[in-house]
Ligand binder design. Sequence first.
Ligand SMILES: C[S@@+](CC[C@H](N)C(=O)[O-])C[C@H]1O[C@@H](n2cnc3c(N)ncnc32)[C@H](O)[C@@H]1O
Length: 225
Amino acid sequence: MAAVSVTTPAANFDPLARLYRALEYLAFGGDLERARFCLLDHLAGRRSILILGEGDGRCLARLLPLAPEARIHCLDASPAMLARAGARIANTAAQSRVTFECADVLTSVFPAGRYDAVITLFFLDCFDPTQTADLVSRISAALQPGAGWLFADFTVPEHGLARLRARAWLALLYAFFRWQTGLRTRALPPSEELIQQAGFRRAASQDFQWGLLRSSWFVSGSTTN
Ligand SMILES: C[S@@+](CC[C@H](N)C(=O)[O-])C[C@H]1O[C@@H](n2cnc3c(N)ncnc32)[C@H](O)[C@@H]1O
């Protein structure tokens, strides 16, 4: 009998696509946006960029003028999110540099050594530690030597009230996303540790919201940019 491979379907973010931006501003003001973009300049000059879990296209729209030579592969499992991303850059000359792919990243195959940068913004928190470890390993294999990794996500501070606050927010957020999208993950994976174990070094980092949000720029090998 043939082996049957069972994969968990990706969470469905379609119902949130229209309201996503308003909801994040209600919860965190402009801090998610600040976390997304405070280190974006590191991508200037990159030529082949993979954006995973792009969402509604805000990162893509900022990135296109910043990296005018770059070809950008933009993957997301939500058709509604990708439709918004596509609409955001429609009628610009830069849209010809973008390839949209609607797919589950857990079953996507990435060509070895294709990209010189990857962007994961509030994305790796959708996965459990095993899935994240597998993803980080497959993403790393798709990157060239000296590649950069722009990462932003929620984190839990080590101590004090900031830690309690972060845990309360995360419990609320995971419950909300489980209800709205069917997301099965219930806790943050150790994404930054996994990225570092894969051979990346944190070259820059910024925290927001008393340590609840973190943006980091990682580089592979000995590159300093
Ligand atoms: C929390 S949103 C983050 C969106 C955006 N990057 C941001 O900064 O707000 C997570 C995004 O990842 C996508 N996503 C979740 N699970 C996925 C999967 N397994 N494969 C591909 N995309 C997925 C969702 O459709 C959604 O657009």
